[in-house]
Design a protein around this ligand. Structure first.
Ligand code: F6P
Length: 340
């Protein structure tokens, strides 16, 4: 197995569950590739056993290490993956990853016939095909705890707090933590925000004698075109926009336009670190158990997903090249009723 993309609470719980059921129930011998596809190409593995996975259930991060990038990035990448799998005598590979890693897995199955199953992960909760990804619940809890704390300091100082949470393409964390934390306004990538409208809302709230406000913004939120000058975009070596900082821009605009004292809190990677919630431990464990069953069913090209209360298998194809936006019934139908 391998873990790819950004880390997320619950990865170790998935690995532990695969190992536990694989070794104890099926008599499997399991190995983990280190550092995602780099480890597959370079044949860097560690043995994974029930013994070595002891104590890993509550542990954040991933014992396997993780990286972005794909075997399709280099001319010989896929050939090296094939060679590693053949030389190690692997019956199957479990890829635990987000949209990027699952898309790579899908291509390797469809174009190269490799025996791969997937497990969807990301705190952003934006994988198409599953109702929830593990890690999301933990990130929401961390963001909610932060918002709870910010209320009291905002109230003491009569300040506007602009809290930036993760959410590259989608407002799942912002919306859910915004509802849970009683945010004044939530800004999400799915709907460009209007800075004038935001300032009017805050001003109306002030006029009603409510001098403290919490604005929750997803890192990927963007202003209505031309309405607010933003920083030049910076890209990493994989072509992803490096996000983080939209809250600062918004806070400056609020302070300029309203004169209200405004502060910024960028939660960043705190949301991805540390121990998973009980919900995520259970979901991760269920995904891991399902994934090793799928390997024994030779359900190549499938991933374990949550549908309602059931774990079922779904084609990896459905996740490729798409992101699952926030449920608009949750944003428009619930969160918005509590905006200022
Ligand atoms: O994909 C999950 C995610 O946490 C996004 O919300 C965020 O934009 C990105 O990863 C950050 O990636 P990195 O760890 O490479 O900065």
């Amino acid at each position: 197995m391998l873990t790819g993309g950004g880390d997320c609470p619950g990865l170790n719980a998935v690995i532990r569950a695969i190992v536990r059921k694989g070794e104890r129930h099926y008599g499997d011998e399991l190995v983990g590739f280190l550092d995602a596809w780099d480890g597959v190409r370079e044949r860097r593995t560690i043995p994974l056993t029930v013994e070595t996975m002891r104590g890993m259930l509550p542990r954040g991060g991933t014992v396997l290490g993780t990286r972005r990038g794909s075997p399709f990035d280099t001319d010989d990448g896929v050939a090296m993956v094939k060679r590693s799998m053949r030389d190690l005598g692997l019956d199957g590979l479990i890829v635990i990853g987000g949209n990027g890693s699952l898309s790579v897995a899908c291509r390797l199955v469809n174009e190269h016939g490799l025996p791969i199953v997937g497990v969807p992960k990301t705190i952003d909760n934006d994988v198409v095909g599953t109702d929830v990804t593990f890690g999301f619940n933990t990130a929401v809890q961390i963001a909610t705890d932060a918002i709870d704390r910010l209320h009291t300091t905002a109230e003491s100082h009569d300040r506007v707090m602009v809290v930036e949470v993760m959410g590259r393409h989608t407002g799942w964390i912002a919306t859910t933590a915004g509802i849970a934390g009683g945010a004044t306004v939530v800004l999400i990538p799915e709907i460009p925000f209007d800075i004038d409208e935001l300032c009017e809302r805050l001003t109306r709230r002030h006029d009603r004698g409510r001098y403290a406000s919490i604005v929750v913004v997803a890192e990927g939120a963007e202003p209505v075109a031309g309405s607010l000058e933003m920083e030049q975009k910076v890209f990493d070596r994989f072509g992803h926009v490096v996000l983080g900082g939209v809250a600062t821009r918004i806070a400056m605009a609020i302070a300029d336009r309203t004169g209200f004292e405004t502060r910024v809190v960028q939660l960043g990677h705190v949301q991805r670190g540390g121990t998973p919630t009980a919900y995520d431990r259970v979901l991760s464990t269920r995904f891991g158990v399902a994934a090793i069953d799928m390997v024994h069913e030779q359900a190549w090209g499938k991933m374990a997903v949550l549908r309602g209360n059931e774990i079922v298998s779904e084609d990896l194809n459905v996740a490729v090249g798409k992101t699952r936006g926030v449920d608009m019934d949750l944003y428009e139908g619930v969160a918005k009723h509590f905006f200022a």
